[in-house]
Ligand binder design. Structure first.
Ligand code: NAD
Length: 267
C-alpha cells in the first residue's frame, strides 16, 4: 500500500513538466495520493491538462492567487470535489523580470509589492481556505531558496520575498499547530524552470552551485522525494522547518580548491 493511499491534496504551481510542483505531484501520485491541480492562467491550461491526465488527476482548476474572489471560488470547488484535504503544496513565485537583475537598490515599489504578494502572502491566503478542509489535521509545504538567507546576486527582491515566506511558514506552523496541521518549506537547490530562467545569470549560478555542493545539483525527483517525507506521517512532529534539498550547498563556506586544481589540470 502506498504511503499516500487514501490521502487527498491540492498542488499549486505546475506550469509545465519542468516545474518543481510537477516533480512533487509525480512523487505523491506514485504513492497513491489523490491530487488536485491549480494553475495560474488560461495560457497554462494546455500544458497542465495533459500532465494531469497522465496521472489520472481529475480536479484541474485555474486560480490567480492574487485574486481573493478567485481563491474563494476555487476552494468552494475543492470542498465540493474532495470534501476534506490532507495536504497542500504551494510552489508559486513571481517577480517582474526587471527586478530580478541589476542593482537591488533600484527595486521598484510595485515590483516589491507584487513579489511579496504572489510569492509570500499567497501562502497565507491559501492556508486560510485550506485549513477548514483539514478537520483531521494535515500538512502544508512551500518552496524556498537559499537567497532568503544569503545574498545571491540578481535574485534580489525574490530573496526578500523568500525570507518573508520562511517567516510565514513559521508563523503558520505556530498558528495551525492547534489544528494538528504542520507547515514546512523545502529550500531547493537551483533547477532550470520557467521561474528560475527569469533570474539574470541563472545558468552561471546553476553551474557554480553544482561545482561547490558536496552532492552536486539537484533535480525535481530529489525535491519530490523530500516532499513525500514532509507531507506524510513520517514527519509527524516536524513543523515550521526549512529542509535543505540542495546537495549540501548551504553548508559550504568556500569552494573546494582541489576542484579548481583538477579543472586546471584537465584543461
Ligand atoms: P515554475 O515557473 O515552474 O513555477 C512557478 C509557478 O508559479 C508557475 O506555475 C506559475 O504559474 C505560478 N504562479 C506565478 N504567479 C502566479 C499567480 N499569480 N497565481 C497562481 N500561480 C502563479 O518554476 P519553479 O522553479 O518550479 O518554481 C516553483 C517554486 O519553487 C517557486 O516558489 C520557486 O521560487 C521555488 N524554487 C525554485 C528553485 C529553482 O531553482 N527552480 C529553487 C528554489 C525554490
Amino acid at each position: 500500500m502506498g504511503l499516500f493511499e487514501g490521502k487527498r491534496g491540492m498542488i499549486f504551481g505546475i506550469a509545465n513538466k519542468s516545474s518543481i510542483a510537477w516533480g512533487i505531484a509525480q512523487a505523491l501520485a506514485a504513492e497513491g495520493a489523490e491530487l488536485g491541480f491549480s494553475y495560474a492562467g488560461e495560457v497554462l491550461q494546455k500544458r497542465v491538462e495533459p500532465l494531469a491526465e497522465s496521472l489520472g488527476v481529475q480536479f484541474v482548476e485555474e486560480c490567480d492567487v492574487t485574486n481573493e474572489d478567485a481563491i474563494d471560488s476555487l476552494f468552494a470547488k475543492v470542498g465540493a470535489h474532495f470534501g476534506t484535504l490532507d495536504f497542500l503544496v504551494h510552489s508559486i513565485a513571481y517577480a517582474p523580470r526587471e527586478d530580478l537583475g541589476g542593482r537591488f537598490v533600484n527595486t521598484s515599489r510595485d515590483g516589491f509589492r507584487v513579489a511579496l504578494d504572489v510569492s509570500c502572502y499567497s501562502l497565507v491566503a491559501l492556508a486560510k481556505r485550506a485549513y477548514p478542509l483539514m478537520p483531521n489535521g494535515g500538512a502544508m509545504l512551500a518552496m524556498t531558496y537559499y537567497g532568503a538567507e544569503k545574498v545571491t546576486p540578481n535574485y534580489n527582491v525574490m530573496g526578500v520575498a523568500k525570507a518573508a515566506l520562511e517567516a510565514t511558514v513559521r508563523y503558520l506552523a505556530w498558528d495551525l499547530g492547534q489544528n494538528e496541521i504542520r507547515v514546512n518549506a523545502i529550500s531547493a537547490g537551483p533547477i532550470k524552470t520557467l521561474a528560475s530562467s527569469g533570474v539574470s545569470g541563472f545558468r552561471k549560478s546553476l553551474s557554480y552551485v553544482g561545482s561547490v555542493a558536496p552532492m552536486g545539483n539537484v533535480d525535481q525527483e530529489d525535491i519530490g522525494d523530500a516532499a513525500r517525507y514532509l507531507l506524510s506521517d513520517w514527519s509527524r512532529k516536524v513543523t515550521g522547518e526549512v529542509l535543505y534539498v540542495d546537495g549540501g550547498f548551504n553548508i559550504m563556506g568556500a569552494p573546494d580548491p582541489s576542484g579548481e586544481e583538477k579543472e586546471a589540470q584537465s584543461a
